[in-house]
Write a protein that binds this ligand. Structure first.
Ligand code: UD1
Length: 351
């Protein structure tokens, strides 16, 4: 049995970890294809090293291009690769351009596809990720839904027969990582800091619109707490292009963090302010309040008890920092065994 995972962007390396371990434990031959969408060492290598993942068997080295050119280049290379060494099943993760490229290549070649983190919907088709999700779900053969709401979205779109509720692989990894956070202090962290906020901004809808990016930074600079801004390369390059200063007196810009350090930053924070998908959920699972700088979230479970709130223009951050938050005991993301459920379903389909 030859299973291939196609990954390319930071959150996919994280999702890959529990799946790779579980497939290995079942004796399944599993090869990793890295598209090269994320290529900076601190966006890629640090995750393979830090999560103890094997080096990818193939690296397509596509790099940064426009959406069409990036996706097209991946499709061409994946077709060549799958022709030379045809997998029994291709695993795709989440909603990036690497996911979409894998979906188009494999489906055109009649290769079975399993989609991990299927059924998420923001209902906002101006996001490239929403298009990537919808297309991938509709050409996949096994849809691994992380939550009940994701499962319901898939049922509503007529995909019930292919859907399996597995729980979330990111929850698998976070549950096994929490014990490793005890006394963990990231390199760039000032230990004398006892109340701080963590911020990350990288979505095109926030970084590419100059007025919106200016609003976010003027609002972040009014917070009473020190802000650790963990800066994605897209943010740095767009802030330079728009001539916006992001490194301010109260905003400390730090490099993208390895997985465990990122969790340690969030765990110690008074709040997380983000436009990331995965981080909203990680904050929820670590019991840290979150403010999401977007008009919607594809993880609505995190909104329970005001644990997460939406602030599309970031205009009311101070007010939202003081809101009442009710800690949640409900665990909507599964019990930490999503990867095993995925492995079981693959074995049932292929045997
Ligand atoms: C992608 C995903 C998004 C995911 C995010 C995680 C798509 C459409 N979006 O967005 O869903 O949340 O990854 O990070 O696939 N860059 C570097 N070095 C790198 C990687 C990127 O400098 O290692 C810069 C380049 O200037 C590039 C820009 O970041 O043009 C954006 O990268 P890209 O992968 O296109 O999108 P992300 O914003 O990272």
């Amino acid at each position: 049995m030859n299973i291939v995972s196609v990954v390319g962007a930071r959150p996919q390396f994280i999702k890959l970890k529990p799946v790779h371990e579980s497939l290995n434990a079942s004796g399944i031959s599993h090869n990793i294809v890295h598209t090269g969408q994320h290529y900076d060492p601190n966006m890629s290598d640090v995750f393979f090293d830090g999560l103890d993942l094997p080096s990818p068997t193939y690296n397509l080295e596509v790099g940064s291009l426009s959406h069409g050119a990036q996706t097209g280049s991946m499709i061409t290379s994946l077709e060549t690769l799958f022709t030379e060494n045809r997998p029994d099943l291709v695993l795709l993760y989440g909603d990036t351009n690497s996911t979409l490229a894998g979906a188009i290549s494999a489906s055109k070649m009649g290769i079975l596809i399993g989609h991990i983190e299927a059924g998420l919907r923001s209902h906002n088709r101006s996001m490239p990720e929403e298009i990537n999700r919808i297309v991938t779900d509709h050409v996949s053969d096994l849809l691994f839904a992380p939550t009940n709401l994701a499962q319901n979205n898939l049922i509503r779109e007529g995909l019930k027969a292919k859907t399996i509720l597995t729980g979330d692989v990111m929850a698998d990894l976070i549950f096994s990582s929490i014990p490793k956070l005890v006394d963990r202090i990231p390199n760039s962290f000032d230990e004398s800091e006892n109340s701080y906020v963590v911020a990350t901004i990288h979505r095109a809808s926030n970084t590419d619109d100059k007025a919106q990016l200016e609003r976010i930074f003027s609002s972040l600079s009014t917070l009473a707490e020190k802000v650790y801004l963990i800066a994605h390369p897209r943010l740095i390059s767009m802030a330079q292009l728009h001539n916006i200063q992001i490194d301010k007196k109260t905003i400390n810009v730090v490099e993208p963090q390895p997985y465990l350090d990122m969790l340690a930053y969030i765990q110690g924070a008074k709040a997380l302010i983000t436009d990331s998908g995965g981080l909203q959920k990680e904050a929820y699972l670590l019991g840290v309040p979150c403010i999401t700088i977007r008009t919607e979230t594809e993880w609505p479970e995190t909104l329970a008890g005001n644990m997460n709130v939406l602030s599309p223009t970031a205009s009311n951050l101070n007010e939202l920092m003081e809101r009442e938050v009710i800690s949640q005991t409900i665990q909507p993301f599964g019990a930490g065994n999503a990867a095993q459920s995925i492995t079981k379903a693959i074995l049932e389909l292929l045997n």
